[in-house]
Design a protein. Sequence first.
Length: 296
Amino acid sequence: MAYRWKNDLTRADATPRALFASRRQVLAGLAASGFATPALALGRSDANTLEQIRSYNNYYEFGFQKEEPAKHAGALVTDDWRVEVGGLVDNPGSYTLEDLIGGLTVEERIYRLRCVEAWSMVIPWSGVELADVLGRIGVQDGARYVAFETVLQPAAMWNANARGMDFPYVEGLRLDEAMHPLTLLATGIYGEPLANQNGAPIRLVVPWKYGFKSIKSIVRITLTAEQPITTWTRIDANEYGFYANVNPQVDHPRWSQATERPVGVGLFGGRRDTLMFNGYDEVAPLYAGMDLRVDY
Ligand SMILES: Nc1nc2c(c(=O)[nH]1)N[C@H]1C(S)=C(S)[C@@H](COP(=O)(O)O)O[C@H]1N2
Ligand SMILES: [Mo]
């Protein structure tokens, strides 16, 4: 049974109060109806292997080549991890991982990851819904966006001074996107803790958006009134938009987004058609009234 979230969760201008109230309604409905699965139902048998997921990565702080993060990310220090929570929140502070997500429901979610470079993988994440974390930190009235920042460890991140990029890597979501039940803070893959190259110890996963939105190794979460700056819009806003929803009808200026290459299907696997919102149709109401050619 596929769920549909048609309610105030999908209103871009909704206040934090309204978003949390409608979320409670939805959760009550789900409890009554039994269970729910995303519109795009994938199983572990559809997923890439752990070996593939850990060896073909984008984590530019560790190099631009796909095999470089696996080679170099071992140097990342993830002990005693802290996430600084601030901005328009009731409970700002320096959170341990236990403070941030301890006691929340950890779920396995098998999502397709569609990179803006036109390849894709299927990854069995484990993680918590970002909305649960936002509930814990207390979103204040006036907050409309969530900004995220990746750790910066120059000793380990040999490529963090790469020309044309400006680290730490930063990303952001509109509050209703952040509150959507598909949006995860992931801590594992195939039930194992995240490998450093996949964004240990905690990273964002937003399956209907291009992969660059799913920021790794998060050390800062800030609730803001204004749309935050993001690494890729700063590099080239004409090529990489803030929304970055997967959209086969809006091409990247330098290549088509109509199809994608599934990683690891072998020589004869061929390309597949890219789906609107990467197949996660239930998010469409988030963008009602928006022109996704303008807000790409
Ligand atoms: N900090 C940081 N986060 C990042 C990136 C990065 O370079 N640095 N790359 C992004 C891109 S372009 C993609 S496609 C995904 C890849 O995630 P994976 O390597 O775990 O498959 O991570 C995203 N998160
Ligand atoms: Mo990507």
